[in-house]
Design a protein around this ligand. Sequence first.
Ligand code: DI6
Ligand code: FE
Length: 411
Amino acid sequence: MQSVLSHSWQTVFINANIATMTQAATSYGTLENAALAIADGKIAWLGHMSVLPTLNDAVEVVDVHGMWLTPGLIDCHTHIVYGGNRANEFEMRLQGASYEEIAESGGGIVSTVKATRAASEDELYASALKRLHALHNEGVTSLEIKSGYGLDLDTELKMLRVAKRLGQALPVSIEKTFLGAHALPIEYQDDSDGYIDLVCNTMIPEVAKQGLADAVDVFCEGIGFNIEQTEAVFKAASEHGIRVKVHAEQLSDLGGSELAARYNALSSDHLEYLSKSGAKAMSGAGMVAVLLPGAFYFLRETKLPPIQTLRENNVRMAIASDANPGSSPINSIQLMLNMACTLFRMTPNEALAGVTCNAARALGIDDKVGELAIGMNADIAMWDIKQPAELCYQYGVNPLAALYKYGQKVS
Ligand code: DI6
Ligand code: FE
């Protein structure tokens, strides 16, 4: 894309170090001692200070004094809209019960479903807004939110409306994902195929009609839905022109990622139990592997996702919070950066790509965000750090110095 001429620039950051995170780049796509210009909410120019054109008086010049600019961070997998919490199950797990045992005895996702159905739209909005604030304060400018704690049409729609409203409350772009096939509601306890029928033939058409979903997701797992049911949901979504993604290979290997690859899925998420053939299929389909270190940590999982196999197969890796009440009650993207490195042994460069360019790709929005390049939205985080690895290395002191959305300073 052609750069915009300097006479139309609104803001220029000077004396900046820039981690552009461009897909092809290694080492953060670093540009040191650089400048970046914004026009019409987009990045109009970036390059070394030595080649910065002469600026006219109308341009706002921000001297960054050597701080680092990165793309605004992207959390590409969250469940932040829900009622109640599951601190009681946390205590049960500390007394020895497993996540699967709790789910099988009527706790788990189903208990959050009860609380979410009972909550008003305003209550759901208020509790989710706090979680969104926490993520935004750490530099998040784009976020995915899933439904899936309603499991009936009205509550699923209610959750998606709340997700949409959250995007109007804060300067964060929200991608909405319909996850009706998250768990089996009690009404359908002995009829999982009947529930999948409802998801495919009633819920997806209505969600599509109301334009409330950018993607459709399925929990493909022993305690979720089997391969045939997952495929039925993928088919219904595809018929309505909605891209799919999957929670797969989290607790066992059912082959959900390979199935998803056949449906041109955006991503497959979790993946601790992903096989080599699953990784190959994902690579062939250009899918993103979304890794969720918060769930790995909170469930005290010991089986690592096959990072080296993903690397060898050139599968792009994203990192997300999976913020949810059951398996990752952690609303922090900065902690995920740290955990991706400490728990998964990813490099800081991979971790940062995981919350920028690769997260954007996992959401199908990589033509707009996730990289600092000419023509991309000016969603930019400014960090008071000396080198990008600090974003992964230290946790607890927030190094965010400023945040810009569409070129406007928002914090
Ligand atoms: N996998 C997860 O990690 C979340 N959903 C899913 O399918 C957990 C949701 C929960 O336990 O409430
Ligand atoms: Fe999840």
